[in-house]
Design a protein around this ligand. Structure first.
Ligand code: PLP
Length: 464
């Protein structure tokens, strides 16, 4: 989730009040949060809100589908469900005819409940429990095998239930030797043998990998390596016809120059308590989402003589992809209310500590030795004459480390109780992967917003 850190201590001289990272806002989201309806919803639900926009999710899915068809590749998209729990996205996936990638029995149940046919469900994750494998077998889902003992356990379960298993073998990427996921290349001959011996119960449909990082060429090289293993498997009589390249399609949260300016000029002094971080997500990407898929398909795997798209078609291999974050680009934002503001005298500057009515558990990046950097928007109850004010954002808990933003955000005016603070583009991983009702604080309500047609409409995401 986090890329190389850049913390530049020798920052150029800069007006402290202006360090900012303005986020991209889709006009539908920006238009919605600027309406008086937002305050009514905040008051009506009496707590933080996550707003989710399934139409934006659908736009992103269509962009991926167009990239596949433009490259003439037979592809299947599985939305990586762990990136957001909202039911509306699973339902949108079903309506758009794409599948879902799950890693637990709960996620599988959610996917089926949302209308995803079992055959369009991919099951990943390490050492999957028998309860999950059993569900996957009954639904005819595609199971990505992570280890030899798991494969054996699955074969036994398939035999017991009389249900053949559809499987992929997940490889540990060469470029990520420290990853705990996947099997080593050297184990493949034995696993292929095992599948052949158990062909009544194990149907090896393909090979898979999932890379962290956002380099299209690295993915392309890994895919090239998998193609040669797929051909080997086929020559042994195994019915391999899918290549699953996982997720990891980037999202661009801010424009190139804002990101460059930010990353080259910030320093520990810009963060409350001089906080340092292990690294940051690359908040700008020149070719995010579907554009990255286009690049990847046009790239030539190292050692090959044709593009990935050409190789896939030549060998009649379909491509499975499992984007999570990229399908959620601009599909949500998170709204908190300011409870209080106090002044703080720093070593080098004065700033404020704003406390909001939620916690950093609703902004997961804060829990990965990192910070969610795109600027939150202040929606003041009353506009006062512009008087720039820097403040970090703390949560309503008793943990010193519960900070939604360690950074001293440059606000156009001093926040005040009752003002709203809206974090941009939070649907991908930020909003709900770490949430818990810590302190008996209410979890943010998730509202599904639709802005098309006559006026905006809202609905609670999980009414039942
Ligand atoms: C998390 C995960 C994904 C999704 O990754 P993104 O970076 O959100 O696209 C896809 N596949 C697997 C196996 C994963 O663990």
């Amino acid at each position: 989730m986090v890329s190389a850190a850049v913390m530049d201590n020798a920052a150029p001289v800069r007006d402290k009040t202006t360090l900012s990272l303005p986020a991209y806002w889709h006009p539908d989201l920006l238009g919605f949060i600027k309406q008086p309806l937002l305050r009514e919803l905040v008051e009506g639900f009496a707590g933080p809100l996550h707003l989710v926009f399934p139409t934006r999710f659908a736009d992103n899915v269509r962009a991926f589908q167009s990239a596949l068809s433009a490259a003439g590749v037979n592809g299947q998209i599985l939305f990586a469900k762990k990136a957001n729990k909202a039911r509306c996205f699973a339902a949108a996936a079903a309506d758009l005819g794409i599948g879902i990638d799950v890693a637990s029995a709960g996620e599988l149940r959610e996917a089926v409940g949302a209308g995803i046919p079992g055959a369009h469900i991919g099951v990943s994750g390490p050492a999957k429990g028998d309860a999950l494998l059993r569900l996957a077998l009954h639904h005819g889902s595609l199971i990505a095998i992570d280890a030899a003992d798991e494969l054996e356990r699955l074969a036994n379960l398939s035999r017991t239930l009389g249900k053949p298993a559809r499987i992929l073998l997940r490889l540990r990427p060469n470029s990520q030797p420290k990853s705990r996921f996947g099997v080593e290349e050297t184990a493949l001959p034995q696993l292929f043998d095992y599948c052949r011996n158990q062909e009544e119960w194990l149907r090896l449909e393909g090979l898979s990998f999932h890379l962290s990082g956002y380099d299209p060429q690295a993915r392309c090289n890994e895919a090239g390596r998998l193609i040669s293993h797929a051909l080997t498997a086929r020559s042994l009589g195994l019915p391999v016809h899918w290549l699953d390249i996982g997720g990891g399609f980037s999202v661009s949260y801010a424009d190139a120059s804002s990101w460059r300016d930010f990353i080259t000029s910030h320093g520990p002094d810009d963060y409350h308590a001089g906080k340092r971080f292990g690294g940051f997500y690359p908040y700008h990407s020149a070719a995010p989402g579907a554009a990255m898929l286009t690049q990847l398909l046009a790239a030539i795997p190292v050692g090959a003589a044709a593009s990935l798209a050409t190789l896939l078609n030549r060998h009649e291999l379909g491509l499975i992809l499992e984007p999570g974050r990229a399908l959620l680009d601009q599909a949500g934002c998170s709204v908190f209310s300011v409870l209080g503001v106090k002044d703080r005298t720093g070593e080098r500057d004065d700033y404020g500590i704003v406390t909001v009515d939620g916690t950093s558990l609703s902004l997961s990046e804060q829990w990965f030795d990192s910070e969610f950097l795109p600027d939150p928007l202040l929606l003041p109850r009353h506009t006062t004459p512009a008087a720039p004010f820097r403040a970090c954002i703390g949560g309503a808990s008793c943990l010193d480390s519960d900070m939604l933003s360690w950074r001293k955000i440059a606000f156009p005016q001093r926040p005040a109780p009752g003002d709203l603070l809206v974090y941009p583009n939070t649907a991908g991983y930020q909003m709900d992967s770490n949430e818990s009702p810590f302190h008996e604080l209410p979890l943010p309500t998730k509202l599904v917003i639709r802005t098309e047609g006559a006026g905006p409409r809202w609905q609670v995401d999980r009414p039942g």
